[in-house]
Structures are given as structure tokens and as C-alpha cells.
Ligand binder design. Structure first.
Ligand code: PHE
Length: 525
């Protein structure tokens, strides 16, 4: 039926180019024009299908139309209450008048009540003795006729006043209706067959391409928006932090070695070989290869000595040194492993020693004026990945990023560290910072850094810092008056705070929702 209807619409348009009012269409299979609400809905379906292929265009006209209520439909079927009452009564003078209780029995209480009063008003019936009789010999049931008209046309020629009356009697109800004006579209044709969109090998082989109806190219079409790349929030915050370091005169450390030895990750930092952080529960060790290459011999010996026996004013740990512990390979637990390597290289360079693998690049920006002992101040940073054998939860992963920095200069004090931290954090938009004494095996004093979180309205830990110990620096060969302070921060925490992310899995791992990445603003303060 819908195809026939579409065909009818196209044929009509072919003849007259416009269909002014779709209520004039006679839907195939029906015998009268489509004046009802339902018929227009059917037509709308056909119009939408044709319009989607640009075969036609249409405009919508809103009208208010009427439909019958259940009671109204009853009247169309059986006649009005008054007509039923009239029909149940004997004609005047021909039989015995019908008493009211019998009328009620015959037509029902409701019809008897409503019908009687209306039939009296119209002069159709009259009282005789105890009963009722017809007053006229024939009637016209205008209510039934009017409702029939409403049923088939949705309106009443007699006018709004009468419609309002029927509405009040709840025989009809108002309904918003539509009808349409239809024009030819850009792809108008009287064939409802879908136009071809592609020239196929089959068409060429069969020759059907000669007569096929091809869809026109739409050069105005906007096309599908290309999928652009998007920076991950961690990358954006990382970029911002790198820029802060660079504008403060720092040089970036080479942190590409995820695998380190126990020596560089712990021993060089004067972390005791029995320290719990070195346990299997906290650190991932490599099973193959099991051992690192040996570190520089003279330096290794100095480190082993300060651990076992002390030196540089220290008592040492007084525990036998283990070479195998030192040579274990592990996934670095902090980027301070790289800081240690770089500080060692800096110290070696000061003394003019040639160190294997040592380039000048990392120190080039930080070269200051030496004062005769070969020492040059240095400011170094890195932002890279570290690994810890953590129980994973909403805020902890087994791998995360550390932001690390070290400053080496003569006569630095704790006040320099605190002052530097305030400047650094203020550049990240964090103006309220507090410091709390802490403990690290490699720094003394050590300070935890807290920042006031404006949304959470509480102080949160944002980093750890301190002045590196003489056991570490003097083993490396720095002059005694060189001080080095350093600090480590997480990259994930400030990123989560900034982008309002509460579960770390939204940020890292295989469950990262791509729309979060795509929709995170480039800059957020
Ligand atoms: N390595 C420390 C951070 C730190 C670096 C340098 C000096 C002091 C502390 C950490 O992982 O938390």
C-alpha cells in the first residue's frame, strides 16, 4: 500500500507539479479523500520516504481537528440517547404508553435519563397517563449525523459553536492535525526504484548501466568530520610542567632506561640494602638477565664502603655489603635513579674525569661560573614513568609518572629549596604550599610538600623533597661545599585534580574512555 501511495503522489505531481492539499488525495484502497487524521499520518510516512530521496519536498500545515470519544462512536453506531428513547416508545394512540421503569429496563438507566430530557426538549415524546409515547411520527437524529460528519472529516460544516457543544458533552475531542503541500524535489522522477549510487562490474557486464537511474553527486555535502588526534590529559599537564622547568633554566635528564640496577636505584642513594622498599613486595625484579653490568669501579667501591663502614662524617650502616643485591636488575621505582646517575656524571665532569656515556648536552643550559675546583652548578629535571608493586585501586597503579628535579650549587640551604618550591608550584597555579618534616634515606632534612586543594578544601600531599646526604654526594666526588636539593612529584595527581577525574583508570590503562581524552580542554585552570 505504501508503495502504491508513493507512486500515486509522484504521478499526481508529474501531472500537476504541486499537490496543494494532501487531504484531497484518495489513498489507494480507500473510497474517499484522506480527510482524517489517520489518513494524513499514512500520507506523511510516504512523504518522508520520498523526501529522504529528494524526490519531493513538502510543507506542513497545522490544523486542529476533532475525533469521536467512545461515547461519540456509540452514537454513530446506535443513534443518540434521545433517538433510542424515541424509538422505544409506542406511537401516540396506537398502544399503551410505556411506564418509565419499563423504559429504563428497555434502554438502560443512563440512556433513559439523558434521552428522555433531550427528547422532551425536542418535542419528540410526550407524557400520557403514567407513561410515555412518541409525539411525532418521524425524527432526524442530527446528533448522530453530526458525529458521522466529524468522524469522517474531523470537522463540522455547521460550525464551531456546535463543535463546542459536542465537546462539552464529551462526544468528541479536539486533536491537532496536519496536512501537507507537496512539490517536486531535486531528484524527482515517477519511478520509486531507488537510484543507483555506484557503477558496478555487474552493470557493465549486463549493459544495465545504459538505462540505470544514477543518483546525482552532491558536491555540497559536508562529508564526515575527520577523526583528529587528541592529546591525552597527562601529556598536556606534562607539557605544561616541562615548560615551567625550561623557563626556570632547567635541562632535561635522559630517562629512557626503565630498567635500572639496585646500585643506581638504591645504593648510590644510600638506601640500605635491607630497606623494605627493596623487597619483592614493593619492587619488580627482572629474572633475565639477573645481573647488571658492573658500575664504575672506583665509585662502586666508595659507595660500598660508605654503606658498610661509613665515611664523610657518617657511621654507615655497619652491615656486610652485598654485591648481588647491588647488581640486581629492576624496574625503577623512582626517577631519582636517573638523578643519581646524572649527579655522578656531573661530579665526575667537575673533576675532569672521562665517564663512559657522558655527554655534555644535559648540562649545557646549566653551566655557570666555576670557581677553580671544576664544579659547575646544574639544574636538571625529568618527567617519566616509574614502577612499583602496588595493590591497584582507584588512585594507585603499578606504574605512574614522576616529575623529578635536582638543583646542585654551592652553599644551597633548606630555605633555597622551600623558596624554589613556592615559585615552582605558583607557576602551576598552586599558591598555598606547606612543608612537613619527613624521612628519606637519601635526603636530610627531608620535606613532604602539601598544597591546598581549592575544590576539596583540604591540604593534599603533592610531593617529597630534601637535601641530598653527604654520604651520597661525597661518594660521587662533589666538593664538600656543594649542596644538592631534589624533589619528586606525581604527574597523575595534579592531572586528576585539574581535570576532575576521580578514578585513575579513567586516565591510564586499557579502560581509558576515548571521549574523555578527546573532550578534555587543552588548557584548564
Ligand atoms: N624519590 C622520591 C622523591 C624525591 C626525589 C628527590 C629528593 C627527595 C625526594 C620519591 O619517589 O618520592
Amino acid at each position: 500500500m505504501s508503495e502504491q501511495l508513493q507512486q500515486l503522489i509522484l504521478d499526481t505531481l508529474d501531472k500537476s507539479s504541486t499537490i496543494k492539499d494532501t487531504r484531497t488525495i484518495t489513498i489507494p484502497g480507500s473510497d474517499q479523500p484522506a480527510s482524517t487524521h489517520d489518513a494524513q499520518i499514512t500520507i506523511l510516512g510516504a512523504l518522508n520516504s520520498l523526501q529522504s530521496r529528494d524526490m519531493i519536498k513538502y510543507e506542513t500545515h497545522e490544523i486542529s481537528s476533532h475525533v469521536l470519544t467512545a461515547e461519540g462512536s456509540q452514537i454513530v453506531l446506535n443513534g443518540s440517547h434521545e433517538a433510542i428513547v424515541w424509538g422505544a416508545l409506542p406511537e401516540k394512540g396506537t398502544g399503551s404508553p410505556l411506564p418509565i421503569p419499563s423504559l429504563k429496563k428497555a434502554v438502560g438507566d443512563e440512556t433513559a435519563k439523558i434521552g428522555q430530557s433531550r427528547a422532551f426538549k425536542s418535542g419528540w415524546i410526550t407524557k400520557e397517563g403514567d407513561g410515555l409515547v412518541k409525539a411525532v411520527s418521524s425524527i432526524t437524529d442530527t446528533t448522530q449525523n453530526d458525529l458521522r460528519e466529524v468522524d469522517s472529516t474531523g470537522a463540522l460544516a455547521a460550525g464551531e459553536k456546535l463543535l463546542a457543544d459536542y465537546r462539552k458533552r464529551k462526544l468528541i475531542a479536539q486533536k491537532k492535525g496536519q496536512w501537507f503541500t507537496v512539490h517536486k524535489g531535486t531528484n524527482f522522477s515517477t519511478s520509486t526504484a531507488k537510484p543507483e549510487t555506484d557503477l558496478t562490474a555487474e552493470m557493465l557486464a549486463s549493459g544495465s548501466w545504459k538505462t540505470a537511474n544514477f543518483k546525482k553527486y552532491n558536491f555540497e555535502a559536508e562529508g564526515i568530520p575527520p577523526n583528529g588526534g587528541a592529546f591525552h590529559p597527562l601529556l598536556k599537564v606534562r607539557e605544561e610542567i616541562i615548560n615551567i622547568f625550561l623557563e626556570m633554566g632547567f635541562a632535561e635528564m635522559p630517562t629512557s632506561s626503565f630498567v635500572e640496577s639496585g646500585f643506581w636505584c638504591f645504593d648510590a642513594l644510600f638506601v640500605p640494602q635491607q630497606h623494605p622498599a627493596r623487597d619483592l613486595q614493593d619492587t619488580f625484579y627482572l629474572s633475565d638477565p639477573v645481573q647488571s653490568l658492573p658500575p664504575p669501579k672506583a665509585y662502586y667501591d666508595r659507595v660500598a664502603k660508605v654503606h658498610e663502614h661509613g665515611g664523610y662524617g657518617s657511621l654507615g650502616y655497619r652491615v656486610p655489603w652485598s654485591d648481588s643485591e647491588s647488581r640486581k636488575l629492576l624496574l625503577r621505582t623512582h626517577t631519582t635513579a636517573t638523578s643519581a646517575t646524572m649527579l655522578y656524571r656531573l661530579a665526575a665532569r667537575c673533576r675532569g674525569e672521562s665517564v663512559e656515556g657522558l655527554g655534555d648536552g644535559e648540562f649545557k643550559h646549566s653551566a655557570g661560573k666555576g670557581d677553580g675546583d671544576g664544579f659547575r652548578p646544574a639544574k636538571l629535571f625529568s618527567v617519566d614513568r616509574v614502577f612499583r608493586n602496588e595493590t591497584m585501586d582507584a588512585t594507585h597503579l603499578a606504574e605512574f609518572h614522576q616529575v623529578e628535579g635536582v638543583v646542585a650549587d654551592k652553599n644551597l640551604t633548606l630555605a633555597d629549596l622551600i623558596g624554589f618550591m613556592r615559585v615552582f608550584f605558583s607557576k602551576m597555579g598552586i599558591n598555598e604550599v606547606r612543608f612537613k618534616p619527613a624521612y628519606n634515606p637519601y635526603t636530610e632534612p627531608s620535606l613532604e610538600i602539601f598544597a591546598f586543594h581549592p575544590q576539596l578544601k583540604k591540604w593534599v600531599e603533592v610531593g617529597n623533597s630534601g637535601m641530598f646526604r653527604p654520604e651520597m654526594l661525597e661518594s660521587m666526588g662533589f666538593p664538600k661545599d656543594v649542596r644538592v636539593h631534589g624533589w619528586g612529584l606525581s604527574l597523575e595527581r595534579p592531572t586528576m585534580i585539574r581535570y576532575g577525574i576521580s578514578n585513575i583508570r579513567t586516565l591510564v590503562g586499557h579502560k581509558v574512555p576515548l571521549d574523555v581524552v578527546e573532550n578534555s580542554p587543552a588548557v584548564m585552570f
